[in-house]
Write a protein that binds this ligand. Structure first.
Ligand code: GAL
Length: 670
């Protein structure tokens, strides 16, 4: 069943209001509601005293309206009594400061007492709701994250290291602790990488230690989550288990690992927030997040929190324009969402999120936003089953490496370089051309893709290098960008010419690299100008000076002492090809994209005017084409074939077709 619903906090409102809320939810077409993920103090007001009566009643009222329920385990925000029991369970930040009570997600994920309390509330809820007919699944905690640096984490890190390395000699070798005489002779000497060094050394721990610490903390959350997964699986075998992740932007957890234990991924999708005030809404940002969430398990996902109004805590963000909420929700669906749950039903009158607007405003009367989503509810009722479970297919994949992302957090390489921006720059070139892209892990099976991009694949274990080589040898087109293959799995620099383990497949050696100062620019000129290739594109941030071994030169630098040296190369390897791009700034990817698509034989879904996005979902041979107008103006697309428009009672359309501002078409070939 396609899931359409809302996040609801009955505990924020008088009981006598609940029936009206449920009625209006049903009228909006909602079939699913998420409840209780911040209700620990009401579910367990005193240690071991559980109260489910109020939640039972809320669920019953929803059930009467035909609405089913996802329950959140409430462990993201402990009641004061939990933290009074364990004063040492407050998270310690990288600067050594310990949090105090008053926000949420302020717990240390390692703390055994906190973990026990979390298991107890999870188990009590699981037992109580295991056979409830209206409950369909669970969301564990809420948006896991945040790195803790407390003494307990440090001790657990030491144990984690012991299990990983076995003996200290291996660890000292892997991290290169001979540097600055950091050779450890006892496990207990190993620190957590706090930012407490002299100010000029701020945040400069041993890169091997820091990467392992980040991996360790990611594992801690995976483990914390697993404890709850196991309890829920044991007591509630009929229910699904998920967690609400934070899209592409969140970079402190290895999301591939975190999602492995879940039935499917859900995530929280906000386009206009206080923190993005004044910035344009860029469709590819959401698209990349959706693709990442889909890629974690290579499976459709839900949006557990889909924006329902202006979002802010202290400041109110721009209001979504009429049609935007609907458009963003359809964009989620277009990229593989099988469930859309809006955050939140009614805007809270109190608490930190007073200005994070729900579908209803504080006063609780239906208004413009409710009407918009109610109209969408009627559409979803008509088309949801056609869409549900259909899959996104892509010929292009981009490799997302959390190890590399963590490594760049430790050493950015250049102040202008940001892994996420670099990744998005490349993703955007495909997105702009309506070419679907999958986001996959470094060890994913790549054999189904025509084109794979390894962008700044900095930490490169041998197994991943082999995976890429195999892919090219079998006929794939691999694109490798600068700063790839620089580090071994311990975050030490390799002792070969770069791109290290990828040098052979790329047929190239980096003879020297130049980190450009902020504002400094070089240029890149293509050796053989083609139809779509500009004569010269600017290059900033980084320049690898390439020495082709087997590879042919595609483009060269235009200035400085390395004018004329190779900047982009292309190599034939086995049955495939590898393209190496020696610079990190966006224009070169934009310039290269048409060439890469041509070499890989990848066709865009449709040519569109700027601001119009196209995606496809497939069920067997049936293709659903989603066309989304992200602009405030009408836009016209040319449809070569004849289609049925699913949102307009299957009206037949062909030729020039105009979309309303923020309009959506869902088409199926006729
Ligand atoms: C999400 C979070 C919600 C709510 C929302 C608005 O990140 O999961 O609980 O806080 O943001 O701030």
């Amino acid at each position: 069943m396609f899931r359409f619903g809302v996040d609801y906090y009955p505990e924020h409102w008088p009981e006598k209001r609940w029936s009206l809320d449920a009625q209006w939810m049903r009228e909006a077409g909602f079939n699913t509601v998420r409840l209780a993920e911040f209700a620990w103090s009401k579910l367990e007001p005193q240690p071991g005293q559980f109260d489910f009566q109020w939640l039972d009643q809320a669920i019953e009222i929803l059930e009467e309206q035909g609405i089913q329920v996802v329950l959140g385990t409430p462990t993201a925000s402990p009641p004061p009594w939990v933290m009074s029991l364990y004063p040492d369970a407050f998270l310690v930040m990288a600067d050594g400061r310990r949090m105090t009570y008053g926000n949420r997600r302020e717990y240390c994920p390692t703390h055994p007492g906190y973990r026990e309390r979390s298991r107890l509330i999870t188990e009590a809820m699981a037992r109580h709701y295991a056979d409830h007919p209206a409950v369909i699944g669970w969301q564990i905690d809420n948006e896991f994250g945040d790195r803790c640096h407390c003494g307990l984490c440090r001790r657990h890190f030491q144990i984690w290291l012991q299990q990983k390395y076995g003996d200290l000699e291996a660890l000292n070798r892997a991290w290169g602790t001979i540097f600055w005489s950091h050779v450890y002779t006892e496990w207990s000497q190993i620190p957590a990488p706090l930012d407490t060094a002299a100010p000029q050394d701020h945040g400069s721990p041993n890169p091997g230690l820091a990467l392992d610490y980040f991996r360790f903390l990611s594992d801690v959350y995976v483990d914390f989550q697993r404890e709850q997964v196991q309890i829920l699986r044991q007591h509630c075998p009929k229910h699904f288990v998920t967690h609400n992740l934070m899209g592409f932007r969140y970079d402190k957890l290895n999301y591939f690992d975190l999602s492995a234990d879940l039935d499917f991924v859900t995530w929280d999708n906000y386009r206009r927030m206080q923190w993005t005030l004044g910035q344009p809404v860029i469709p590819s940002t959401a698209a990349l997040a959706h693709a990442t969430m889909r890629g974690l398990k290579r499976k459709n996902f839900w949006v557990m929190e889909q924006q329902a109004g202006p979002g802010g805590w202290q400041i109110v963000s721009e209001s979504p324009r009429p049609g935007e909420l609907r458009l963003w929700a359809y964009q989620s669906i277009a990229h593989g969402a099988d469930g859309i749950i809006f955050f939140r039903w009614r805007t809270a009158r109190f608490g930190t999120e007073e200005y994070w607007h729900g579908l209803l405003d504080h006063h609780g009367e239906p208004g413009r936003r409710y009407a918009e989503i109610k109209a969408m509810g009627a559409e979803v009722a008509a088309v949801g089953e056609t869409i549900d479970g259909s899959e996104v297919r892509a010929d292009v994949a981009m490799i997302l490496s959390y190890d590399s992302r963590f490594a760049f957090q430790i050493q950015a390489n250049n102040p202008g370089f940001h892994y996420a921006t670099h990744f998005h720059d490349i993703y955007q070139t495909f997105h702009r051309r309506q070419v679907p892209v999958d986001i996959v892990s470094p060890d994913a099976d790549l054999s189904g893709y025509r084109l794979v991009v390894a962008s700044a694949l900095h930490v490169l274990p041998e197994s991943v290098a082999d995976n890429l080589k195999r892919y090219v040898a079998m006929g794939g087109l691999l694109v490798v960008t600068a700063r790839s293959g620089v580090k071994d799995k311990h975050n030490a620099v390799v002792d070969q010419k770069l791109p290290g383990l990828l040098a052979e497949v790329c047929g190239v050696a980096v003879e020297e690299y130049i980190s450009l100062a902020p504002g400094e620019e070089n240029g890149i000129a293509f050796v053989e100008p083609g139809i779509d290739i500009p004569q010269r594109v600017p290059a900033s941030i980084w320049c690898d000076l390439l020495e082709p071994q087997e590879a042919e030169v595609v483009a060269c630098y235009t200035a400085d002492f390395f004018a004329g040296r190779a900047a982009v190369t292309r190599n034939h390897f086995g049955r495939g090809q590898a393209v190496y791009v020696g610079t990190l700034s966006a224009p070169i990817y934009e310039a290269l994209c048409p060439l890469l698509l041509e070499w890989a034989g990848v066709e865009p879904l449709l040519a569109t005017p700027p601001g119009v996005e196209v995606t496809a979902r497939w069920r067997n041979d049936q293709r659903l084409l989603f066309i989304l107008n992200h602009t405030s103006q009408p836009q016209t697309v040319q449809l070569e074939d004849q289609y049925l428009d699913l949102l307009q009672q299957q009206k037949t359309i062909r030729g020039a077709t105009t979309l309303d501002p923020y309009g959506v078409l869902i088409l199926v070939a006729n």
